[in-house]
Design a protein around this ligand. Structure first.
Ligand code: NAP
Ligand code: GDD
Length: 351
């Protein structure tokens, strides 16, 4: 009989945390997640899969913690005794990282270091082996011309990207210095109906749902020329898991190999509901970045060859999936609005 595997995730309440948790539960894992304490509930993305821990057989267990709090991380590690750790927690918004550079470095770079230090000591003290996935980003390539692969030099263009680059090298160093099983995923942009509403794809599809339902008139955006290699988050979490099932740790680019501009995303998404995006989109310089990343296009040949990974969902399907989900969501909001409930417009808080 095979032993039940135990995974520990930071960033479990985020987009990827939610998809990865579903995948791991399907595979029979016990999943422990670290969540931040907030004054409001922040587990919306997990609600569908969460069961009361008082019930026997609950396999998703949440713990309060923060990547800025080393003691707490160590305590959770000792308590949960995972075989696999997925470090997904981060202040993950590039534009916000220019406004909160120190905090971004603290969670993304030093947060990773804190967790690696905790793992190093835990392995030393217990003799247990832990496999560690580090959520790296194509943002680390920044200004390096496309296509980007594992050999492309990093040229980060934001405090977020600099912090992710530091975290990447911490991870490599802990692998080489202490023999820890640490793998870096270098993931290109991946989206879904669970994507945070301040990232450009979801900001657009959310706006479309609200425009179609008469709840919003305009959509304010920044640079429409940037090109990204957009994939589906559900596909990308499989690559994370595969990285930790290999005989040896390594670093892998995960991408679709197809890039589109923000303008093309607008055309496809508004086109899906037969609207012309130019009638609704206005420019707002607040959404520009002091230094932009113009063109990300990944070459994921290594992941394909070594992990047997390839994306299932293409660009058109991704756009359709997100627009359809946000049409449904906005329709529910409209019904509530018509019943007299106040529906908050969150546009002011977006970046
Ligand atoms: P996300 O939706 O923004 O989720 C980030 C998660 O990190 C949330 O659970 C958040 O908690 C948590 N977090 C933030 N600050 C924290 C702190 N100080 N301590 C502990 N947890 C903290 O991001 P995602 O899209 O799922 O991405 C997952 C990871 O992959 C991130 O590290 C991101 O930088 C990286 N990445 C993402 C992409 C992409 O395209 N999605 C591509 C490459 C790399 P709250 O819910 O409380 O905010
Ligand atoms: N967020 C946002 N809001 N982006 C806008 C807007 C806007 O109003 N208008 C134009 N953009 C442009 C940005 O300037 C950027 O070039 C592009 O749209 C994508 O922006 P985001 O969706 O915010 O994603 P990102 O590429 O900066 O970062 C995401 O992907 C990285 C992987 O490459 C995040 O998920 C990062 O955490 C991740 O590492």
């Amino acid at each position: 009989m095979s032993e039940t595997r135990i995974a520990l995730l930071t960033g479990i309440t985020g987009q990827d945390g939610s998809y990865l948790t579903r995948l791991l539960l399907e595979k029979g894992y016990i999943v422990h997640g670290i969540m931040r304490r907030a004054s409001t509930f922040n587990t919306d993305r997990l609600d569908e899969i969460y069961t009361d821990p008082h019930e026997s057989g609950a396999r998703l267990l949440l713990h309060y913690g923060d990547l800025t709090d080393a003691t707490g991380l160590r305590r959770i590690l000792q308590k949960t005794r995972p075989q696999e750790i997925y470090n997904l927690g981060a202040q993950s918004h590039v534009r916000v990282s220019f406004e909160q550079p120190e905090y971004t470095a603290d969670t993304v770079a030093t947060g990773t270091l804190r967790l690696l230090e905790a793992v190093r000591d835990y392995c030393d003290l217990t003799g247990n082996q832990v496999r560690f996935y580090q959520a790296g980003s194509s943002e680390m390539f920044g200004a390096s011309p496309p296509p980007q692969n594992e050999k492309t030099p990093f040229y980060p263009r934001s405090p977020y990207a600099v912090s992710k680059t530091a975290a990447h090298w911490y991870a490599v160093n802990y692998r080489e210095a202490y023999g820890l099983f640490v793998s870096n995923g270098i993931l290109f942009n991946h989206e879904s109906p669970l994507r945070g509403e301040t990232f450009v794809t979801r900001k657009i599809t959310r706006a479309i749902g609200r425009i179609v339902n008469g709840l919003q008139k305009k959509l304010y955006l920044g640079n429409l020329d940037a090109r990204r290699d957009w994939g589906f988050a559900g596909d990308y979490v499989e690559a994370m898991w595969l990285m930790l099932q290999q005989d040896e740790p390594d670093d892998y680019v995960v991408a679709t190999g197809e890039a589109h501009s923000v303008r093309e995303f607008l055309e496809a998404a508004f086109g899906h509901v037969n609207l012309d995006w130019k009638d609704f989109v206005e420019h707002d310089p607040r959404y520009l970045r002091p230094t932009e990343v113009d063109f990300l296009l990944g070459d994921a040949s290594k992941a394909r060859e070594k992990l047997g990974w390839k994306p299932r969902v293409g660009f058109r399907e991704l756009v359709r999936m997100m627009v359809e989900a946000d049409l449904e969501l906005a329709e529910r909001e409209r019904v509530l609005a018509e019943a007299g409930h106040r529906i908050a417009f969150r546009g002011a808080a977006t970046r």
